[in-house]
Design a protein around this ligand. Structure first.
Ligand SMILES: C[S@@+](CC[C@H](N)C(=O)[O-])C[C@H]1O[C@@H](n2cnc3c(N)ncnc32)[C@H](O)[C@@H]1O
Length: 215
C-alpha cells in the first residue's frame, strides 16, 4: 500500500459525453488519430506503446518524455524491466530500441520530470498527448494544466489508467478525478473510452465542440 489518497471523481455533465465512443482497447484509438502530426507520450517506460504509435500514426515527430530511471527498478513488472534492460540504462535502451527514428530526428528523448519537460514545449505545438507517467491526482492535474496550452486547437489528450485504484499494487489513482475536473473546468469532451481486460482503461478527450443546431 502507499499513502496515496482515494479521491472520488466529479460526475461529468452529459454534454461532455455526447460525442464519446466506446472502443475495445487503447490500440483501437490509434487508427482513429490524425496522421502526420506531433505525438508526445508522457511516460514511455520500455517503449511498448511507443512502438505501436510509431508503426501506425505516421507521426512527424514523437516526443518521448520520461524520467528514465527504470534501471533502478529491475524487479518491476515481475522482473521484466531487469530482463529487458539487461544491464543497460533506461534511456540507452529506449534510444537503441528506436535507433533509426532517433537518428532521423523523428523520435526525441526528453528526459526529466514530466511537468518540467512539458513546460518547455512551444504552445499549440502537439497534436496528440498520451499521458501515462505518475498516476496521482496532483501529478496528472499538473500535467494537464500545462498540456492544455501545448495542444493544438484540434488536438487530443489520451489518459491511460483511467481507473480509481490499482488493485495489483494497492495504490489509489487520481486519473479519473483529475480528468473530470479538467474536462469540467476547461470544457473538454470525451471522444473515446477504450476498455482494457483489467479495466485499466484509457480516455481520449478534446476541446468541446459547439452543439449542432437542432433539426
Ligand atoms: C506506466 S509506465 C508507462 C508505460 C508506457 N506508456 C506504455 O504504455 O508502454 C510509467 C512511466 O512513467 C515514468 N514516470 C513516472 N513518473 C514520472 C514523472 N514524474 N515524470 C516523467 N516520467 C515519469 C516512469 O519512469 C515510467 O517509465
Amino acid at each position: 500500500m502507499t499513502d496515496a489518497v482515494f479521491r472520488p471523481a466529479r460526475m461529468l455533465p452529459g454534454r461532455l459525453l455526447e460525442n464519446a465512443r466506446v472502443l475495445p482497447s487503447r490500440d483501437h484509438i490509434l487508427p482513429l488519430l490524425p496522421k502526420g502530426g506531433v505525438f508526445c507520450e508522457v511516460g514511455v517506460a520500455l517503449g511498448d506503446f511507443s512502438e505501436l504509435v510509431l508503426a501506425q500514426c505516421e507521426v512527424s515527430e514523437f516526443i518521448a518524455i520520461d524520467i528514465y530511471t527504470l534501471h533502478d527498478y529491475p524487479e518491476m513488472w515481475g522482473g521484466r524491466v531487469g530482463a529487458t534492460l539487461a544491464g543497460r540504462r533506461h534511456a540507452d535502451f529506449f534510444a537503441d530500441r528506436f535507433a533509426p527514428y532517433v537518428r532521423s530526428g523523428r523520435v526525441r528523448l526528453a528526459e526529466g520530470n514530466s511537468t518540467d519537460v512539458l513546460a518547455t514545449l512551444p504552445d499549440a505545438s502537439v497534436d496528440v498527448f498520451y499521458v501515462d507517467a505518475h498516476h496521482s491526482y496532483e501529478a496528472v492535474r499538473a500535467e494537464l494544466d500545462i498540456i492544455k496550452d501545448k495542444t493544438r486547437p484540434e488536438g487530443i489528450i489520451i489518459l491511460n489508467d483511467y481507473i480509481m485504484h490499482d488493485y495489483m499494487t494497492g495504490t489509489p489513482y487520481g486519473v479519473v478525478a483529475a480528468a473530470h475536473d479538467f474536462m469540467i473546468e476547461h470544457d473538454w469532451e470525451m471522444l473515446y473510452f477504450a476498455l482494457h481486460a483489467g479495466m485499466f482503461c484509457d480516455v481520449a478527450i478534446r476541446r468541446a465542440r459547439a452543439a449542432p443546431p437542432p433539426g
